[in-house]
Design a binder for this molecule. Structure first.
Ligand SMILES: *Cc1c(COP(=O)(O)O)cnc(C)c1O
Length: 397
C-alpha cells in the first residue's frame, strides 16, 4: 500500500488566509453594501510596464516564426537572460559568471526546492515571524529548527543563532515586518556562517524597495558572502510578475558546504534543476530580459515608487493616530503594534469592524508576530487613501 509522507500532518494548518476570508465574509454578510478596504494582501495590483509587455510580446512573436521558434531551452535558463542578470549584479559592483545563475519560475518554489540539496539532518534556522515556505518546506523534509526571534528590541533583525546550525534563512527587506538588515547585521551572519560552515539562503525579493543607499540590496555586498550564501531573487515584486512567474537563484562556485569543494554545491543545484525542472517559459524569459534592461529597470522603479508612496501614506496615518509602527520605509509592508494589550486577531477584528479595513494578523507568521498586524502597500492609490481615511476617522483606540 502507498504510504503517505507523514510530515504533511506536521504542517501548521493553513489557517491565516482562510480565517481572514472567513471573518471578512461574516462581516460583509452582516453589513451588506459596506465596502471592505484591503490592506491585507501581499499581491501586486498595477499593470506591467510598456517595456515588460514589449519583451513578453517579443517572446510570443518569436514562437510564430519557424526561424525564431524555440522548444525546450536550457533547464538553467536562457544564456541571454543569465548574462543580463550578470550585468544587473555588475551594476551593483558584484561579479558572477552566468553559470552561477539559475533561472526559475519564482522565488517561492526555489526557496523550498533549494533545501533538497542539503541533508535532512541539517538544523535549519528561521526567523519568527517568518515567510511560511521556509518553515513548511523544511518540516516536510523532517528537519529540526532553531527560531531566531525578531522583536522590537532588536529592530526585528535577529541575532545570529547561539548554537551551531547548518542552514539559515534570511529575508531582507522582510516580509512581514518590513525591517531591513544593515551591512553590519548581514556581516554578523556571514561571519557566523563562515565559522560554522553554515549556508545562508538569502531571499532578496524586495531588494528594489530599498531607497536608503547605505542598506545592502544583496547579501553579496558583504565580503566573502560568496563562500557561504545562496541568493534567491524574483521579478514578482520588482516588476509585477506575480502572475507571470520568473525568478532566479545564485549558487556561487565559491560556495562550500561540509565535505565539498568549490563548485560542488553549484553542481548539485545544477543536477537538481536538470533532473526535476524543464526551464522557465521562453516567453517569460524574454519579458525578464526586458525588465532587467536599463529602460525596464527605470519603469520598474516607477512601479515601486508608486507602492512606496502608498507605504508612506499608510505609515504616516497610522503613526499620527499614536500607534507604534515599523517598516514601510524601504519595504512595502508596515508592521503595526496592536494598541493596548490587543492580540493580532483582536486588532484585526477592530480594524474590520470600526474601519472596514482588512489587515493581516502578525500571529499568522509565527508566535513572535503576536501583538502586531501587517499592512500592505500593494494597492491602488485611491483604495489606500480610502482605507487610511477610514482608519483616521473611525478607529476607536
Ligand atoms: C512575494 C515574495 C516572494 C516572491 O515569490 P515568487 O514565487 O517569486 O512570486 C519571495 N519571498 C518573499 C518573502 C515574498 O514575500
Amino acid at each position: 500500500m502507498a504510504k503517505i509522507n507523514q510530515n504533511y500532518s506536521k504542517l501548521p494548518k493553513t489557517y491565516l488566509f482562510s480565517e481572514i476570508a472567513k471573518r471578512s465574509k461574516a462581516f460583509a454578510d452582516k453589513n451588506p453594501g459596506v465596502e471592505l478596504l484591503k490592506l491585507g494582501i501581499g499581491n501586486t495590483t498595477l499593470p506591467l510596464t510598456a517595456t515588460a509587455i514589449e519583451g513578453l510580446s517579443r517572446g510570443v512573436q518569436k514562437l510564430a516564426d519557424v526561424k525564431t521558434y524555440s522548444g525546450y531551452g536550457d533547464e538553467q535558463g536562457s544564456t541571454s537572460l543569465r548574462e543580463t542578470i550578470v550585468g544587473w549584479y555588475e551594476n551593483q559592483g558584484i561579479e558572477f559568471d552566468a553559470s552561477e545563475i539559475f533561472i526559475s519560475d519564482g522565488a517561492k518554489s526555489d526557496s523550498a526546492n533549494i533545501t533538497s540539496i542539503f541533508s535532512d539532518d541539517c538544523v535549519v534556522a528561521i526567523t519568527d515571524p517568518v515567510y511560511p515556505v521556509y518553515h513548511d518546506s523544511n518540516i516536510l523534509a523532517g528537519r529540526k529548527f532553531v527560531l531566531m526571534d525578531c522583536l522590537e528590541e532588536n529592530g526585528f533583525i535577529p541575532k545570529v543563532p547561539e548554537g551551531k546550525v547548518d542552514v539559515i534563512f534570511l529575508c531582507s527587506p522582510n516580509n512581514p515586518t518590513g525591517a531591513v538588515a544593515t551591512k553590519a547585521q548581514l556581516k554578523e551572519f556571514v561571519d557566523y556562517a563562515l565559522v560554522n560552515k553554515a549556508v545562508i539562503i538569502f531571499d532578496g525579493a524586495y531588494s528594489e524597495y530599498i531607497s536608503d543607499s547605505e542598506l545592502p540590496k544583496s547579501i553579496y555586498e558583504i565580503p566573502d558572502a560568496k563562500a557561504c550564501a545562496i541568493e534567491i531573487q524574483s521579478l514578482s515584486k520588482m516588476a509585477g510578475f506575480t502572475g507571470v512567474r520568473l525568478g532566479w537563484t545564485v549558487v556561487p562556485k565559491d560556495l562550500v558546504a561540509e565535505g565539498t569543494e568549490n563548485g560542488d554545491v553549484n553542481g548539485l543545484w545544477n543536477r537538481r534543476q536538470t533532473t526535476m525542472f524543464n526551464g522557465a517559459s521562453n516567453i517569460v524569459q524574454e519579458g525578464g530580459i526586458a525588465v532587467l534592461s536599463e529602460q525596464g529597470q527605470k519603469e520598474a522603479a516607477e512601479l515601486i515608487a508608486y507602492y512606496m508612496e502608498n507605504a508612506r501614506t499608510i505609515k504616516k496615518a497610522v503613526s499620527d493616530l499614536g500607534l507604534t509602527v515599523f517598516g514601510g520605509d524601504n519595504a512595502p509592508y508596515i508592521w503595526v503594534k496592536c494598541p493596548g494589550s490587543l492580540t493580532s486577531w483582536e486588532f484585526f477584528d477592530k480594524l474590520l469592524e470600526d474601519c472596514h479595513v482588512i489587515s493581516t494578523p502578525g500571529s499568522g507568521f509565527g508566535s513572535k508576530g503576536e501583538g502586531y498586524v501587517r499592512l500592505s502597500a500593494f494597492g491602488q492609490k485611491e483604495n489606500i487613501e480610502k482605507a487610511v481615511k477610514s482608519i483616521k476617522n473611525h478607529l476607536k483606540i
